[in-house]
Design a binder for this molecule. Sequence first.
Ligand code: F6P
Length: 342
Amino acid sequence: MDDMVDSSIFPPASSVYGTTLREHVLSGMQAAPGATGQFTSLLNHISLAIRIISSRVRSAGLAGMLGYTGKQNIQGEDVLKLDEFANDVLVEALERSGHCGIIGSEELDEVRVPGSAGKYVVLFDPLDGSGNIDTNGCIGTIFAILRRQPGELLPVVDEALRPGREIVCAGYTIYGPSTTFVLSTGHGVDGFTLDPNVGEFFLSHPNIRCPARGNTYSVNEGNYSTWAKGVQDWANAMRTPDPELGSHGLRYSGAFVLDAHRTLLKGGVFAYPADAKNGKGKLRLLYEANPMAYILEQAGGAATDGINRMLDVQPKALHQRTSLVLGSKDDVARFAEFAKRG
Ligand code: F6P
């Protein structure tokens, strides 16, 4: 395997280039007793898929990849050409890795079992925020990895229906002005930036920490009239300068992955609460809310369904939706205070 280099020497003191994602993952593997290299290989395949998707996203307008396929997914959403492409690339990369035993995707009706006995479950949203595609807005990919539970003979779908606290790795990428890859394997959170000429991700944001409090809130205020009273009261409080907390700016891009990323880096709060139209919330528990909740917690932030810890929710269905509030610990706690009242 070409990964067999001595990770203890990088980056060397005299280095002229930074730590690559592959080196970073490999050094984690070498520190884990009993590691076999399968997880490293799985992540390398995911990284390759992300680079292929990034390349296609950047040329979508020229390559006839904008617009819809004419199909709908199981959730009744119109599937964009790039949604389908990103899904196909990720599925193929996971299958070719040989280490993924169960695949769950926003764009697949049911979980898929590749022909290998891979010991990992990978759940993903191949292209989050895809409503932004046709206007050249930010979009991204979100994923979570769990270990399969050998010997328990669970029905396959139940192996995907596990609470987020069992996640062993989560990550997301943003296809924005640059392609950013944020990753946690349970030892904090690190961010990487793609050098498109080299075709590698390099460590650009080591040890990301979410500030305890921020000065922005991120929510679709257009849904205000359909929220519960407690959520409306929270939004009113955020709009009103507070003698202790100061005033808050509103930031909302319509791409969860970007709104969560900004909240992770700068602090503040992101919320997509339940409303009259989305009675159980809009975001998907397994491949949107949970991976991001895991990353926020790893960075010292918090994530809830409004009141309860997100990672403790027991999933019941692959495409289950949830309310989600995440960000700075104090700001997430403030939301819960209002939500409990009403
Ligand atoms: O989950 C899909 C998604 O596009 C998220 O990325 C985003 O946060 C949300 O929907 C936007 O929904 P709305 O347009 O209702 O604010």
